[in-house]
Design a protein around this ligand. Structure first.
Ligand SMILES: [Zn+2]
Length: 389
């Protein structure tokens, strides 16, 4: 089965060998997906025949978004917390406990339905690859249930037992950390590809995160870290020390942190929807980019600090509020996300990449940031199949 997308006004491949510049841009282009992978890229008037044809009629085509940081398996509603925060109440990270309570009491069927619905919402907005974390039950059986549900949605499942100290361990931090690094990790590791920890004052210390992630690495899991969101947590240095795939948030970083990241293979995943939804200062993307750091953008989709599923919205924030160029924001939302997941088959449309792409309802990619809030996703193609057609 092959699909030809033709008459593409602006095609961003993110493959410098397939077009101009770092984003591999072409005009009046066509692209053939055969057996789920990109098999041909060229001028539209040279396009080969195919089983199915999608006529872009001059519109832009981009790689499917890769959202490398989400917490979408949860139950409950925290819109009242958002409302209070917008009225001046500061975020202190304690709202996670509310979601833990509602998630623990939700049935498996309800949790599955809620998660599927959120995944579908993301896909309709062009996100063809998504990472999903556990972290809202914080018990051995509960976290296992969450990684199992996450695994029905994606292969990019992350065990996040070290998300918060649950109420019942309030006076026994060491006991909880030992549980996460022991029985909980044992129960979750076969359903997860990654382990993550929330390295922050009020969450887990550098030493506690090192202990949990060290145990996870021994189990063969790749590492990610929530770091430097609310302060100088030491998370960046720990992520570099452990060779994590990504350190996420990085809203508060020192010059030393930036230099460390620039000299490492650790991707920095910025989550500006969290700053937007908590009315906080945005991370300094330019300092990171200027230091040669690989930057990804992701939604951080979660019920407390960023109930956002739209990568286009995240791109618009990155361009408007963080001084990233349109091309940088697009690259970070696609190939950057793939790098944060150590994936080379998604996030770009070079030859051999998976046929995951988005046909926009716009002639140029810049419209995604230029017209925020408008419905600009006309078709989503996954593995060469046009969804909903
Ligand atoms: Zn997060």
């Amino acid at each position: 089965m092959s699909l030809l997308v033709r008459h593409i006004g602006e095609l961003v491949t993110n493959d410098p060998t397939a077009g101009d510049g770092n984003v591999g841009r072409r005009h009046d282009a066509a692209l053939l997906v055969d057996n789920g992978v990109v098999a041909w890229i060229g001028d539209s008037d040279q396009a080969p025949a195919a089983d199915d044809v999608l006529d872009a009629a001059g519109a832009a085509v981009i790689p499917g978004f890769v959202d490398a940081h989400t917490h979408l398996v949860f139950a409950g509603d925290r819109s009242a917390e958002f409302e209070a925060r917008m009225a001046g109440v500061a975020y202190d990270g304690r709202g996670i406990a509310d979601t833990v309570t509602t998630t623990r009491s939700a049935s498996r069927a309800d949790l599955e339905a809620l998660s599927r619905q959120r995944r579908a919402e993301m896909l309709a907005q062009g996100t063809t690859t998504v990472e999903v974390k556990s972290g809202y039950e914080l018990t051995v059986d509960g976290e296992q249930r969450l990684v199992e549900i996450a695994h029905t949605l994606t292969d990019e499942v992350t065990f996040l037992g070290a998300h918060a100290i649950p109420q019942e361990f309030a006076n026994d931090r060491d006991g909880y950390v030992a549980l996460v690094a022991g029985a909980m990790l044992d129960a979750c590791s076969s359903h997860a590809r990654w382990a993550d920890a929330f390295c922050e004052s009020g969450a887990f210390s550098v030493e506690e995160c090192r202990h949990v992630l060290g145990a996870a690495a021994k189990k063969g899991l790749g590492l990610r870290l929530h770091g430097n969101q609310l302060g100088h947590s030491g998370g960046v240095a720990l992520a570099v020390e452990l060779g994590a795939a990504s350190v996420d948030h990085c809203t508060h970083v020192t010059n030393e942190d930036v230099a460390l990241l620039g000299d490492s293979d650790v991707v920095t995943t910025l989550l500006p929807a969290a700053e937007f939804s908590t009315r906080s200062p945005y991370p300094d993307a330019r300092a990171l980019l200027n230091a040669g750091v690989t930057v990804a953008l992701a939604t951080d989709c979660n019920p407390g600090t960023a109930y956002v599923t739209s990568m286009s919205f995240v791109m618009a924030l990155a361009v408007r509020e963080m001084n990233m160029t349109v091309d940088e924001a697009l690259w970070s939302s696609t190939r950057g996300g793939a790098r944060a997941l150590r994936r080379d088959d998604v996030g770009h449309l070079g030859l051999g990449a998976r046929g995951n792409l988005v046909l926009l309802d716009a002639p140029r990619v810049a419209h995604l940031s230029y017209r925020p809030g408008s419905a600009l996703i006309r078709h989503v193609v996954r593995d060469g199949r046009v969804l909903g057609r």
